[in-house]
Design a protein around this ligand. Structure first.
Ligand code: UDP
Ligand code: MG
Length: 485
């Protein structure tokens, strides 16, 4: 196919898609005819709905409920039943969020129906006749209210991706210069396996033309006490694409990671744990996304099945807690991600000592993408994140990004003050109106403990932030490099 012809075809496709979108969003082609198939479906389903509500009503009466309660129960069940049936069979719209709108409209319709019946009774009809006369206008009215107010179909939003795909040509491979950074702390058991798998992957990606020949793997030894550094040195001697950075002592995962990221060379830099829990094959996908113009690609675990029950529940609670405190964080994403060189340069402007990269990266902006993977078990060795380190990281996540706990102190203080005001009122009532005996020591002693507890907690939270300020003002270096290979 010639280039020109292909271009013409693309233009045609674009034009027809655009015309289609215009038509859909302007609402052209939507019919408002009353006696269409939808209306007849509505009549059939409506009759069934009425039959259902009436049966419930009669059944409840039979079992001895009084008519008001029976009517109410039948109405509530009837509304739920008819919401499902109308939505599914008449308007083909099964969005459960519409239920409250449905219930509200039906409450109004119900009132209107009673008024209508009263009106016909005043005209001299008896109650049965009035009810029957009110049926046709009510039917038409409720049909339109449902069609227009409740189950209305929104104009179809254009799917941006399809248009974009047509307009934007797919990028060709770029032969990216890649660096993979792995922080390692006492990882002698797993490193040989990690290294051979990464080398294999690197070779494969180079053969595919995905990454360049001068790509690197960086191991950061975070002050390990075992043979980790010896292993890294050996790998470095065996293979030119392997580099090692040795920190002068253990500074923790986040600092080790930063040390690696800042010293790594490359257009794109991937950070990953050394224990092979994250699927390394996903790196290829990350590079595809990078080639498409994404500067941050998050690796997100699609399930947490390999985690213990405790870790799974606490992790999920923690992510939710951060979200409610306004910390922007990617759900189920740890520190497995790709970043462009530019993003790393931006990261250098964050000088905080209390590092929580998961919170910082989403603040940077840029084009981002997500890739999903199954997280496996640790290949060998045991977790280098004991509960204490995990709690410290969790606390950093909250206090480095959110001032909500500080504000909460104010609200708790306000709440307790209001509660004590209410207590004063109660004391007056008890004393003068009820002439009750003075309540016992519980009401005296409990508030003391209660307020005492809240005060200590509040001071604790203040202290937590103060300690952060203390650490930050000193601006101490986050790591020292002892050796680079
Ligand atoms: N790590 C580190 N310094 C530490 C603790 C951990 O560099 O003080 C590294 C560790 O070697 C691993 C990564 O951080 O590559 C994640 O640790 P781990 O797999 O033990 O944590 P988990 O997956 O159990 O949360
Ligand atoms: Mg791990």
């Amino acid at each position: 196919m010639t280039k020109r012809k292909k271009y013409n075809q693309t233009r045609q496709l674009e034009n027809s898609t655009q015309a289609d979108l215009n038509k859909r969003s302007s609402g052209a082609g939507r019919s408002f005819k009353l006696f269409n198939a939808q209306f007849f479906r509505f009549l059939v389903v409506g009759t069934i709905n009425t039959g259902f509500s009436y049966s419930v009503y009669a059944l409840l009466l039979f079992f001895g409920l009084n008519y008001k309660l029976a009517n109410l129960a039948a109405l509530i069940l009837g509304i739920i039943f008819s919401f499902i049936t109308q939505g599914r069979f008449v308007f083909r719209n099964t969005n459960g969020k519409l239920f409250f709108r449905f219930a509200f409209c039906w409450a109004l319709l119900y009132i209107f129906n009673i008024r209508l019946i009263e009106f016909f009774i005043n005209q001299g009809f008896d109650a049965y006749q009035a009810g029957a006369i009110a049926v046709p206008p009510m039917t038409v009215l409720s049909y339109f209210i449902q069609k227009i107010v409740i189950f209305r179909k929104r104009a179809v939003q254009p799917e941006t991706s399809t248009i974009e795909n047509i307009v934007k040509p797919k990028l060709s491979f770029k032969n990216t210069k890649l660096s993979i950074v792995l922080p390692c702390y006492n990882e002698e058991e797993v490193l040989p396996e990690t290294n051979s798998r990464l080398l294999e992957l690197m070779k494969e990606m180079q053969e595919l033309g995905l990454v360049s020949q001068d790509s690197f793997i960086y191991y950061v030894d975070d002050g390990s006490k075992d043979k980790t550094w010896e292993l890294i040195s050996k790998f470095n001697q065996q293979n030119a694409c392997i580099r090692g950075i040795k920190l002068s002592r253990n500074r923790g995962h986040q600092n080790a990671l930063i040390a690696g990221l800042f010293n790594a060379d490359g257009e794109a830099i991937v950070s990953i744990d050394a224990d092979l829990q994250d699927d390394i094959q996903v790196i290829k996908e990350m590079i595809y996304k990078f080639n498409e113009g994404c500067e941050i690609v998050y690796g997100v675990r699609s399930s947490r099945e390999t985690d213990s029950f405790f870790k799974r529940v606490t992790a999920q609670l923690y992510y939710k807690l951060l979200k409610t405190m306004g910390v922007d964080i990617i759900y189920n994403h740890a520190d497995y991600r790709l970043m462009s060189k530019r993003v790393i340069d931006c990261l250098k402007d964050f000088n905080e000592v209390n590092l929580f990269l998961r919170g910082i990266i989403p603040q940077l902006g840029f084009n981002t993408a997500t890739v999903y993977y199954e997280r496996g078990e640790r290949f060998a060795g045991e977790s280098k994140y004991p509960l204490s380190k995990m709690l410290a990281l969790a606390a950093d996540g909250v206090t480095s990004f959110s001032v909500v706990p500080l504000r909460m102190i104010t609200w708790i203080g306000l709440g307790v003050s209001l509660a004590s005001l209410a207590m004063v009122v109660w004391i007056f009532v008890a004393k003068f109106a009820l002439e009750a005996t003075i309540p016992g020591w519980a009401s005296t002693v409990l508030p003391i403990y209660f307020i005492g507890g809240i005060q200590l907690l509040s001071i604790g939270i203040l202290g937590e932030y103060l300690s952060k300020v203390y650490m930050e003002t000193k601006q101490r270096p986050r790591f020292f490099i002892e050796e680079i290979r």
